[in-house]
Design a protein around this ligand. Structure first.
Ligand SMILES: *Cc1c(COP(=O)(O)O)cnc(C)c1O
Length: 259
């Protein structure tokens, strides 16, 4: 992060975030108008690697949807910011044994990529609602769940995934996973998500995602979310019909080197 002027570092950071957030929102409005869309997509601000203090400033600037990709970091921030009305979107690859942690704070999970995770999340929701019942609390809202689609072609897919979060289910497996999610208590099938492949033009990749999304909606008309578009490709995602954008660095600034 750039060094802050002495005196009022929080104020300087707030101004920095406000300027960047305004610029991203202006891009979203322009792209939505350009695509002739009646409604702007939702902006999910990806706060990974940035401190809870930044999330608090963003909340103060009107942000309510935030995204995180690592459970340990997300759980700590959600606990620290429990006084705020924030929706936490989990967008990273998830190990089954972390499901019970994620359902404590997340309202949405964008990265469902295999059937064993459906089972783990269903169990975790049952357990969480059991705890809530024991504590005299109402059950939590169902977890909005998106199937992550791998948009790489088969050859690239076979090659590697260097852990950059470009995983996901093969397009041919998506409907089956969507059916499993829809049949699981505690989960609500919300739609599909993808990260554009590194090597390709994002526009045709997002068109492929829109086609997969339409196939899912054939069986599940309520599964309307299309989570696509990051800092560098949000315009292409909006043109292809994205309903939820996941934008990190263009709001928060360059990410600090991996911790
Ligand atoms: C980090 C991340 C983003 C945000 O990426 P930026 O390029 O910083 O906007 C979006 N989606 C996923 C899955 C991520 O891991």
């Amino acid at each position: 992060m750039p060094t802050q002027p002495a005196g009022d570092p929080a104020g300087a950071r707030r101004a920095d975030l406000e300027r960047r957030l305004d610029a991203v929102q202006a891009r979203i409005r322009a792209a939505s108008r350009g695509a002739g869309r009646a409604r702007d997509p939702e902006l999910v601000v990806v706060t990974k690697f940035f401190p809870a203090a930044d999330v608090r400033l963003l909340h103060d600037l009107g942000v309510r949807q935030v995204g995180e990709n690592r459970d340990q970091e997300a759980a700590a921030k959600a606990a620290e910011l429990a006084d705020l009305d924030l929706d936490w979107h989990f967008i990273g690859q998830l190990q089954g044994n972390k499901a019970k942690s994620v359902v404590r704070y997340a309202s949405a999970l964008h990265s469902l990529d295999r059937s064993s995770l459906v089972t783990a999340l269903g169990k975790a929701m049952l357990r969480e609602n059991g705890h809530r019942q024991d504590a005299g609390l109402p059950p939590r809202a169902p977890l909005a769940t998106l199937v992550q689609v791998d948009l790489r072609d088969a050859a690239q897919r076979g090659a590697d995934d260097h852990g950059v979060g470009r995983g996901g289910a093969a397009p041919g497996d998506v409907v089956h996973l969507a059916d499993l999610v829809a049949d699981t208590d505690g989960l609500e099938l919300a739609g599909v998500m993808a990260v554009a492949p590194l090597a390709d033009d994002p526009a045709p990749a997002f068109e492929r995602l829109a086609a997969v999304a339409a196939t899912v909606r054939d069986g599940h008309p309520g599964a309307t979310w299309i989570s696509a578009g990051m800092s560098h490709d949000l315009e292409q995602a909006i043109a292809a019909g994205a309903t939820h954008l996941r934008v990190g660095s263009d709001v928060l600034g360059p990410r600090p080197p991996v911790l």
